[in-house]
Design a protein around this ligand. Structure first.
Ligand SMILES: NC(=O)c1ccc[n+]([C@@H]2O[C@H](COP(=O)([O-])OP(=O)(O)OC[C@H]3O[C@@H](n4cnc5c(N)ncnc54)[C@H](O)[C@@H]3O)[C@@H](O)[C@H]2O)c1
Ligand SMILES: [Zn+2]
Length: 369
């Protein structure tokens, strides 16, 4: 088990990552939970699979109250946050009560938001159960819920006190979800960590098959890479924007598709491929492009949704991370190095999008499922 730390303005997060992290957490979280009221937040689906793992962990607490939210993105609603606030108040929640989330990024985002706002903030722990949440969503203190107007539009920065990333919970995670989560690992490696990138290259085939040992080996390094970036730029004003690699197109694809056919990580997988195209326009290294395409090639992606370049362009203009002048692109220059570009001419971008859609239509890889 690796013990990692993320320092932030209000203290620090301790992250336990690797095989046995949950068992280690039972000892480590003892004092934090001792004699307290603890709320656990999960979805009925994840609780049925992994809820028993909370028993030893929460034993030192005085009382435990289990709360469930709907599965998937529909957890991240104002009405769900309100339901949680009310339930925590009704159950006698105090400033020193604790919350533990057990689930994917949706449960983590809702739970982090509820913990950050209830009584102006109570401490919480995240036990991420998807690969995407273990390497990305649970780290960095961003929490959010959705509005009709768009995803993640309301939230607070509120770091968990603990993150417990144990690959054992990924045993039940479908292959498609494992691959999608791996796209965020490729993203961070390509944007910021050449050593992690080389490790991914060495294990690419096994990672693409969803091999849990191979996945487990890259979780702690991926977390460490994100910690380095978040510590440099806690409020996402500069360095942290590199984590948006693949997301400018990815978010537009998800929105244009009505969040119907692509998982988030799959949309990011397409976004990475598009960012590599743009890299050619900014003298990005051809060798880096080749390596990145080779690393991505064993990972199948579902077909691009049937959208036009114009559709995507309209969604990109609305992206909340864009500027008034248009979207900001994270463009790989080298393996482990990316540039922020906000001055692509709209005509060039539309043409690139058109060519991209034309050349990439059809599924990537026969194994897509
Ligand atoms: N806060 C951040 O910094 C941040 C970063 C990235 C993503 N996010 C958010 O994360 C969310 C996506 O997270 P996600 O991909 O984990 O989605 P998710 O939480 O919807 O989980 C995906 C599916 O996997 C199931 N699942 C979870 N754990 C499982 C397990 N161990 N075995 C079997 N099934 C399991 C869930 O029930 C769900 O159906 C989005 O809402 C996104 O906005 C937040
Ligand atoms: Zn993402």
């Amino acid at each position: 088990v690796q013990r990692l730390r993320l320092g932030h303005s209000l203290g620090q997060t301790t992250l336990l990552a690797g095989d046995g992290a949950l068992a280690a957490a039972a000892a480590e979280l003892q004092t934090w939970l001792h004699g307290r009221r603890v709320f656990t937040l999960s979805s009925s689906k994840v609780r049925a699979l992994h809820g028993h793992r909370l028993d030893a962990l929460t034993a030192p607490a005085a009382t435990r109250v289990d709360l469930d939210a709907p599965d998937g993105e529909s957890a991240k609603r104002v009405s769900e946050a309100e339901r949680l606030w009310a339930a925590m108040a009704a159950a006698g929640g105090k400033r020193d009560s604790r919350l533990i989330t057990l689930g994917g990024g949706t449960i983590g985002d809702l739970g982090g938001f509820a913990a950050g706002t209830f009584l102006r903030g109570i401490e919480y722990a995240q036990i991420p159960t998807t690969l995407l949440a273990q390497v990305d969503a649970a780290i960095g203190g961003k929490t959010a819920i959705d509005l009709e107007a768009g995803k993640n539009l309301v939230g607070v920065f509120h770091h968990p006190t603990w993150v417990v990333a144990d690959p054992a919970v990924l045993e039940t995670l479908p292959l498609r979800q494992r691959r999608a989560g791996m796209m965020e690992v490729v993203k961070i490696a390509l944007a910021a960590d050449p050593a992690l990138f080389a490790a991914l290259e060495a294990a690419a085939e096994r990672l693409a098959e969803g091999d849990l040992d191979a996945i487990a080996a890259v979780i702690a390094p991926a977390i460490q890479a994100k910690i380095r970036i978040v510590e440099k730029d806690p409020r996402e004003s500069h360095a942290r924007r590199a984590l948006n690699l693949g997301h400018t197109l990815g978010h537009a694809l998800e929105a244009a598709d009505g969040y119907a056919t692509l998982l988030h990580g799959e949309a990011v997988g397409w976004g990475l491929r598009f960012a590599l195209r743009l890299s050619a326009r900014r003298e990005g290294s051809a060798g880096a492009r080749q390596r990145a395409l080779a690393l991505l090639s064993p990972f199948p992606l579902p077909a691009l949704p049937a959208v036009t370049a114009e559709d995507l362009w309209q969604y990109m203009k609305r992206d909340k991370k864009g500027r008034e002048s248009g979207p900001v692109w994270v463009v790989p220059l080298e393996v482990g190095e990316a540039a922020m570009v906000d001055d692509f001419a709209p005509d060039i971008l539309r043409e690139e999008l058109r060519q991209f859609i034309e050349s990439e239509s059809g599924p990537r890889g026969a194994a897509s499922e």
